[in-house]
Ligand binder design. Structure first.
Ligand SMILES: Nc1ncnc2c1ncn2[C@@H]1O[C@H](COP(=O)(O)OP(=O)(O)O)[C@@H](O)[C@H]1O
Ligand SMILES: [Mg+2]
Length: 264
């Protein structure tokens, strides 16, 4: 594993824009979903992206790991400009960048056991021998605190929080260096949210990962993030260290978001 030293940029976005075109041939419109976003995520850091629904958080997150292409601007991940990678290089790169989504239960094959689900990312990539994958699946289950005796269970036998742990483990299987977690606890009961957040934070520290953490919930972002970018209508309106941003927000929109947030 090629873990980036603290302080080195893992992800940088420079003047990134994303337009979505819609409408008919006669009456076409453009929606500027992301406008001129500049941000930097350094090694072993968590960058929180916060903003209301539709502010462009997911689009920024998807572009960060090459799942969506910017209309303009530059995105660099671990030294490579994504735009300049060919298909094979992008496939290689994908392994180092993984996403955790809000609704994990939909993406887990209901017919697969926990063991199969944990082996699958490695199997698909043709990595390791079968025995080695089996061993790694067990260690992944341990890491996300799912009991080994549950390895034969299928997704429907797990709770929402446990299924999200499975998704986290699958994202970790390929040993990524950059993770984009898009509202990873928003679908969970409040009582379960804290345990999953603590787990994510422990794993991030243990594995020395860099993470973009997306949430509409200020309290959750404050708990998780080293730095925070506040998105409003596709633009970053405030950006800085979490401590100072939460202690003395400068932007009016940030203040409104904070005023309407109950504390964790
Ligand atoms: N594939 C798409 N096609 C058209 N419009 C989209 C697409 N994805 C997102 N949008 C629009 O871009 C804006 C930002 O969306 P999104 O990034 O999902 O915001 P958030 O994650 O903050 O809720 C929204 O207005 C949304 O409707
Ligand atoms: Mg979203």
């Amino acid at each position: 594993m090629n873990i980036v030293p603290t302080g080195q940029p893992v992800l940088s976005m420079s003047a990134v824009c994303k337009d979505f075109k819609f409408g008919s041939l006669i009456k076409r419109s453009v929606h500027h979903a992301v406008k001129n976003v500049d941000l930097t995520l350094r090694g072993r850091e968590i960058l929180g992206l916060v903003g209301e629904s539709g502010s462009g958080k997911s689009t920024v997150g998807r572009m960060a790991i090459g799942l969506a292409k910017p209309t303009s601007g530059t995105i660099t991940v671990l030294g490579d400009e994504l735009e300049h990678l060919n298909k094979a290089e992008m496939r290689q790169k994908r392994r180092t960048m993984q996403m955790i989504f809000q609704d994990s239960s939909n993406s887990l094959n209901p017919r697969m056991s926990l063991h199969e689900l944990l082996c699958e990312p490695l199997r698909v990539q043709g990595l390791y021998t079968r025995e080695e994958r089996d061993k790694r699946a067990i260690l992944l289950a341990d890491e996300v605190q799912l009991a080994r005796k549950w390895l034969d269970r299928r997704p429907h036998e797990f709770s929402g929080g446990q299924r999200q742990r499975i998704s986290i483990a699958r994202a970790l299987a390929l040993e990524p260096e950059l993770i984009v977690a898009d509202e990873p606890v928003s679908a969970l009961d409040v009582s379960v949210q804290a345990t999953v957040l603590n787990l994510l934070k422990d794993i991030q520290e243990e594995r020395k990962l860099s993470m973009v953490f997306i949430s509409h919930d200020m309290a959750v972002v404050e708990f998780m993030s080293d730095n925070v970018a506040v998105l409003y209508n596709g633009s970053i309106v405030e950006y800085g260290p979490a401590d100072s941003l939460f202690a003395s927000p400068q932007n009016d929109y940030t203040k409104i978001l904070l005023a309407s947030t109950p504390t964790l």
